[in-house]
Design a protein around this ligand. Structure first.
Ligand code: ZN
Ligand code: ZN
Length: 340
């Protein structure tokens, strides 16, 4: 099969590799669409230690079942599916509590690190365990379905905040996760404000339901006014840098809640005194844990618009150019979908 292989740091090559063979309880999926994730773009240079070459990346995908491995039940060739990017053991204390994203033996498709290597979906075929498959509703295209994975990440973060109707929420960073979080917060009946440095992303944030969309020089004052001077009930940080963490804490009311999703830098400065004296609650939020059915339902009912987030759909062979554009942070680019 053809696959886009990360052969060395930041070196992507379209090459012919052996077709993967589904083992016990696994299916072979013919990949129809696979989204390029920020973590792929950010990690392909080797900086995160989670894309150690050689690896086929790609964990936001949808396709058609092409073959069943031994012992697979309830699935058939030709079914259109997407899959959870997280593989969990089902046995450890976290899995038993339903926190599969915290599994002690967690693996992620399309990731290679010191502990494991699991080839992903920037290829004609990918092998997926049956336990993480989800049927697609009839009318949902494979391109849209490739955004279920990032939607589940946004949904999980909003769930961590336990967002309630009429609460005010500030989303910092209007990239893919931020723009999806805005929509999930709106579905929950929250009022939403968004912060980003790029004008086109702020425009999208407005179109997707943000009442206020501002860029940093004005953001702190504008958010204070927007929240009536008291600060917002909730904030969701989808960047992961010193300045944005500061702003997230700064914009909250006393007793407010913050979900931390972005982690562009591994270490950020924390305004400790503000967190302590204003009794803020900070939640880390990683991947998702069982949000897929709810996400597919929201998409099928048209409650979440992902079309506005898809900047380009391109053949797998064009992958290296699109990765390069995303690495250069070419403006106006959000989600790029490759079609093997
Ligand atoms: Zn991702
Ligand atoms: Zn586990």
């Amino acid at each position: 099969m053809k696959a886009l292989v990360l052969t060395a740091p930041s070196q992507l090559r379209l090459m012919e590799v052996d077709d993967p063979v589904p083992g016990e309880g696994e299916v072979l999926l013919a990949v129809g669409a696979c989204g390029i994730c920020g973590s792929d773009v950010h990690g392909m240079d080797g900086s995160t230690g989670r894309r150690i070459p050689p690896i086929i990346m790609g964990h936001e995908a949808a396709g058609t079942i092409a073959a069943l491995g031994p012992g697979v039940g309830g699935w058939a060739e030709g079914q259109r599916v997407t899959f959870d990017s997280t593989l969990s053991c089902g046995q450890c204390p976290f899995c038993r509590r339903g926190q599969i994203n915290l599994c002690n033996r967690r693996r992620v498709l399309g990731v290679s690190c010191a502990e494991y290597r699991y080839n992903g979906a920037f290829a004609q075929y990918v092998v997926v365990p049956q336990g993480i498959l989800y049927r697609l509703p009839g009318e949902l295209s494979l391109e849209r379905a490739a955004l279920v994975e990032p939607l589940s990440v946004a949904m999980h973060a909003v769930g961590r905040l336990d967002a309630q109707p009429d609460e005010s929420a500030v989303v910092i960073g209007a990239g893919t996760i931020g723009l999806l979080a805005i929509q999930v917060l709106r579905c929950r009946g929250c009022r939403v404000a968004a912060v980003d440095v790029e004008a086109d992303r702020l425009e999208l944030a407005r179109r997707l339901g943000a009442e206020l969309a501002v860029s940093p020089p004005r953001a702190a004052d504008a958010l204070r006014d927007w929240s009536g001077g008291a600060g917002a009930d909730l904030a969701l940080e989808a960047v992961g840098a010193d300045a944005t963490v500061h702003l997230a804490i700064d914009c909250l009311r006393k007793g407010g809640r913050l979900a931390l999703v972005g982690n562009l830098v591994a270490q950020a400065e924390l305004p400790l005194q503000a967190v302590v004296t204003r009794e803020l609650t900070l939640y880390g939020s990683c991947a998702s844990a069982g949000e897929y059915p709810a996400c597919l339902d929201l998409m099928a009912r048209g409650q979440v618009d992902v079309d506005l987030l898809i900047s380009a759909t391109a053949p797998l062979a064009d992958g290296p150019q699109w990765f390069a554009r995303l690495q250069r942070k070419q403006s106006g680019l959000l989600k790029v979908i490759l079609r093997p």
